[in-house]
Design a protein around this ligand. Structure first.
Ligand SMILES: CC(=O)SCCNC(=O)CCNC(=O)[C@H](O)C(C)(C)COP(=O)(O)OP(=O)(O)OC[C@H]1O[C@@H](n2cnc3c(N)ncnc32)[C@H](O)[C@@H]1OP(=O)(O)O
Ligand SMILES: CC(C)C(=O)C(=O)O
Length: 796
């Protein structure tokens, strides 16, 4: 536990403002990027608990080159063999592009200066950077030097640097520049800083224009005053040093007060030309000034920083891997949360911002104008830095409808109507609150799909549209001769209801009201439309329609129905606009019915039948997969009508299926007169004549019969003829397969005609056979049909 003083003035001194009346920096603006120097491999590296390995330094160096740095402080070569050898490696392996200056740091100590020069043998362009601390505290405590001795230390060692650089230039053709840092500049009396730099410049004696400029690097070694003070100090230095045009004034801010960025920016306005810093602000204590931050601040002012941070995440990955220090999630531009909005009002504003900006940019593009970035809460386009917009909006319990709708639009292409946004927001809110965690995009899209039964069979609700046909008829309502007669729509479709396909029909003024009518008539679901909207997704051949529907409970009073507070939203997407609307209806209906038990679907085949033989056939296709031949349909329809005579022609779907099975002995235990036990077919002629030997159960007794015919069916009829009076003949035969792959089986339909001499009336009957073997299925169908006819037994 610490002990903060009640009166900290008893411990800490305030900075002494500079008496500097003519300052210009407060009214200046940024005009161009400064010269950047990356000191990641020196000042950044020296501050790491585990300094970088040679491999890491090389990776980092290549990254800096790729980002566009032209001046890179690569090492403090005298500090360690690792640093020394690294410089050697860069030079000997031609890693340094011709337009890049490497910089090496040395203290004002001859042995270390000599060692530093040894490290750069053979390099093309080198900035020798020498430093000594100049402020009163360091003069007295660290060096125990007077002001004069301090100047002498700097000047005498500059002389050594000068002599060595002349020698090395002559021997190796190296281009040298000289950088001198009065370390602790920001704590040094500014006139003394000017004086020591003048002395250094004089000894260097080679300061000139362009690349011959001497670099005076004025560090805020420790940041101890507000940024305006640093700006004052820099402007004072710039305006009081001689031959300003022969000097590059460089900044080297640290961030002890958290104002390193501000200090650097104001000091640039104060006249500085160059900034030394590190990527993401690594460095001693609170770090060096962050060059990424500074560069992107300029960029968002419309000024090119001359550095490329387009792949910011790639840069973060390398830097964090080399430094082993993470980038804070809230770090300007680079943190993983900085392009993220959790809160509802931010998300809403960003969503509206994107919508408005898209339209504005379309207009700008048409008029040949620049497409300016202007976005609530986002000072920079994340896409410029290689970030996708996906991360912009993230959802938790603090989020609102706008953000959620934005994500639905981004990921599902659905632009929800405002009221639907509110409804879905409540769904997500409830989940986020219940689970007390951030909702991922996956959570949101999954919740959307399951709430609205949207997106394929996995999310299908209790009701799903399978097929439909809309027919149009002129309305029967009387109209004036002049008036155009309204059209009337008839919906005729198949809907899967709780897993069973059902044919439903309804009428209305449009497809949606016709479907709602069908649902009312057949399923007792009585809903009415309150709101409908649609938009297209995509264009050209791939265009699809998205429809949104709000349904409310239907009452006799339409006004009352529309005013009710409870409603259900639905969404449908289809390449056909009508189908998308109908799907949206069923999506909403699924929510409305919940798990309510739906009435059993009744088919009406009575006197006022609303169901025809084709509907009955559809029902059998849906329930049993059997495609009845047309004449079989007619026959079964009569069976149904007879069976429902007592119930006024009404029959439920399930009863209909049961009736079919029992009538034709299909898939139910059924005792028929002729049962196939086994058979053997013999080919008599190449033309196809067959002899069949069949083991039959006839009226419960096993009998062996044989017959010949042109195929198995005629042969089995011949065999039967040995057991009955009269003649059986096949009037119609068809077959189809059921199932797929290894599960496939055959189903055969046979209609037999039975004639007995002396009887005028012929008898007919249908039989169905089902077997994995197609011949067996045909034989079974024949025997089943024969069993249904009251054939006269006994051998003729
Ligand atoms: C603000 C900055 O970041 S400056 C750069 C700091 N970076 C580093 O220090 C990393 C590399 N440094 C090192 O590896 C070592 O300090 C070395 C190799 C340079 C020197 O090591 P040593 O000789 O053991 O000295 P040490 O590290 O104790 O340095 C202190 C001595 O250097 C002197 N010194 C410190 N800075 C300077 C300077 N800029 N110029 C000349 N002498 C200096 C001190 O006065 C002290 O001298 P003393 O021993 O006579 O009292
Ligand atoms: C050597 C100097 C420039 C330095 O690193 C500092 O003052 O922080």
């Amino acid at each position: 536990m610490g002990c903060m003083l009640i009166d900290p003035s008893q411990k800490y001194q305030p900075y002494i403002p500079l008496q500097f009346d003519g300052r210009k920096w407060p009214t200046r603006t940024f005009q161009k990027a400064p010269i950047w120097l990356s000191t990641d491999l020196r000042d950044g590296n020296q501050a790491l608990a585990n300094p970088m390995t040679a491999d890491q330094k090389l990776t980092f160096f290549r990254l800096l080159v790729k980002c566009g740095f032209k001046e890179i402080e690569v090492a403090y070569p005298a500090a360690s063999d690792t640093d020394f050898n690294f410089v050697r490696y860069l030079i000997e392996h031609n890693e340094i592009p011709d337009d890049v200056w490497i910089q090496v740091l040395t203290p004002a100590r001859e042995d270390l200066i000599r060692r530093t020069f040894e490290s750069i043998v053979g390099a093309k362009r080198v900035i020798i950077h020498m430093y000594n601390a100049t402020c009163a505290l360091f003069r007295s405590v660290v060096f125990r030097n007077s002001k004069e001795q301090t100047i002498d230390l700097a000047a005498s060692h500059t002389k050594i640097v000068r002599d060595l650089s002349d020698q090395y230039a002559a021997s190796y053709g190296t281009l040298f520049r000289y950088e001198y840092s009065p370390e602790t500049f920001s704590q040094t009396e500014v006139d003394f800083s000017v004086a020591i730099c003048e002395a250094v410049k004089a000894v260097w004696g080679k300061a000139g224009p362009g690349d011959n400029r001497i670099i005076f690097n004025l560090p805020a070694t420790v940041e101890v005053a507000p940024p305006n003070h640093y700006a004052d100090q820099i402007e004072y230095f710039c305006t009081h040093v001689s031959e300003r045009e022969h000097i590059v004034v460089s900044l080297h801010p640290h961030n002890d007060r958290g104002t390193g960025i501000a200090a650097a920016e104001l000091a640039v306005l104060g006249g500085a030309d160059r900034i030394e810093g590190c990527l993401f602000g690594n460095g001693e204590r609170t770090g060096n000034v962050d060059i990424v931050n500074l560069a992107l601040n300029l960029y968002t002012q419309g000024i090119s920083p001359d550095l490329d941070f387009s792949d910011l995440q790639g840069i973060i990955d390398i830097v964090t891997q080399c430094n082993d220090i993470p980038v804070h999630p809230r770090h300007p531009y680079a943190g993983e949360l900085v392009f993220t909005a959790f809160s509802g009002s931010h998300q809403d504003a960003i969503k509206k911002g994107f919508e408005e900006q898209n339209q504005r940019h379309a207009r700008n593009s048409a008029n040949g104008e620049p497409q300016m970035w202007s976005m609530p809460y986002l000072p920079i386009d994340p896409a410029d830095l290689g970030c996708t917009y996906e991360a912009v909006i993230r959802v938790n319990s603090q989020s609102g409808k706008g953000g959620i709708a934005y994500l639905v639009k981004q990921h599902l292409d659905l632009d929800l109507p405002r009221k639907m946004q509110i409804t879905f927001y409540q769904v997500i809110q409830a989940i986020a609150d219940r689970e007390a965690r951030e909702m991922t995009v996956e959570d949101i899209t999954t919740a959307f799909r399951s709430t609205y039964h949207f997106g394929g069979p996995k999310y299908e609700g209790r009701l799903a549209l399978k097929s439909f046909n809309i027919t149009t008829e002129p309305s029967t309502d009387p109209v004036d001769e002049e008036e155009i007669r309204d059209e009337h729509r008839h919906f005729d479709g198949t809907i899967k209801v709780d897993g069973v396909l059902r044919v439903v029909r309804g009428d209305g003024n449009g497809p949606i009201s016709a479907l709602l009518d069908a649902l009312r008539v057949h399923l007792d679901v009585n809903l009415t439309l309150r709101e409908y909207s649609e938009h297209t997704i995509g264009d050209g051949q791939n265009a699809r329609a998205a429809s949104y529907i709000e349904l409310v409970a239907a009452t006799d009073n339409v006004k009352e129905a529309r005013g009710t507070s409870q409603s259900w939203w639905g969404v449908g997407v289809d390449s056909d606009i009508t189908a998308s609307g109908l799907r949206a209806v069923l999506s909403a209906v699924n929510s409305a019915i919940g798990d309510r038990v739906l009435p059993e679907l009744k088919l009406n085949v009575g006197f006022n039948s609303t169901t025809g033989q084709a509907d009955i056939a559809d029902a059998i296709v849906n329930s049993l997969g059997l495609q009845l031949p047309r004449r079989f349909q007619a026959s079964f329809f009569q069976v149904v009508q007879r069976a429902t005579f007592d119930s006024s022609g009404q029959i439920s779907h399930d009863s209909l299926t049961q009736l079919f099975k029992e009538t034709y002995g299909y898939e139910v235990p059924h005792r028929s007169r002729f049962e196939l036990l086994s058979f053997n077919l013999e080919k008599l002629t190449e033309a196809g004549r067959r002899r069949i030997s069949v083991e039959l159960l006839i009226d419960g007794e096993v009998q062996q019969v044989t017959g010949e015919g042109n195929g198995p069916l005629s042969a089995v009829l011949a065999a039967l003829h040995s057991q009955i009076k009269g003649t059986l003949s096949i009037r119609e035969y068809s077959e189809h397969s059921i199932g797929e792959g290894a599960e496939v089986t055959a189903v055969s339909f046979v209609e037999l005609v039975y004639e007995v001499e002396g009887r005028s009336k012929k008898a007919t009957a249908w039989g169905i056979g089902h077997d994995s073997d197609i011949t067996a299925s045909g034989l079974k169908a024949v025997l089943r049909a024969a069993s249904s006819i009251d054939v006269i037994g006994g051998t003729v």
